[in-house]
Design a protein around this ligand. Sequence first.
Ligand code: CA
Length: 232
Amino acid sequence: MHVLLVEDDDAIAAPLGKGLERQNFTVHRESTGLGAVSAAAGTPSPNIILLDLGLPDIDGYEVCRRIRSTSSVPIIVITARGEEIDRVLGLELGADDYMVKPFGFRELVARINAVTRRVGAKDEPEEPIVPLSGGFVVDNRTRRLTREGTEIVLTRKEFDLLALLATDPGATFTREEILEQVWDSHWYGPTKTLDVHVASLRKKVGDPDLVETVRGVGFRLRADEPVLRTDS
Ligand code: CA
């Protein structure tokens, strides 16, 4: 497993890198934001990125945003700034998890394993192609949403949210179910994050009623009415 470690502080990066190598990870370290962006796009492509927020050139937020525009590689943010974490995990950045310095090495390895397992599990969905109301098609195999062949580019969380609802169009998913399955069972952040993602998803699909709000409960996808035959 290839780990891209993005950290400008040698006193943190050196022991962390050594520790990860002892756990049989292959570690590539970058100490700048721009270096991280190009390493993320290079070969071998990392299986996971550990990303420090405070970097000397462009900061970790910008790094995360740039990587996310082309890749859904798991990202764990390493931060000393716990208070801004909602932004990191939130809409525009889409990191998968975060750790606040100082943290224990065992905990980091546990998080790496959890995040990669979660992402890996999502690569093997039950139904590869799911047609939706309004001519939308969710392709779980390529993780793309299309409408009449045109791709609608979604963030990873937006896609996961849609794909979850698409497992049973018309069925209501509670907010708790969605947060647990799309974020993870350790999500203790504000549930407003979910509303922000739903709003953004609606805007991107350009069909605000595709995702319906079930007031006080959660969300569901609009299901087409069964076509009634009137000619027989
Ligand atoms: Ca730093």
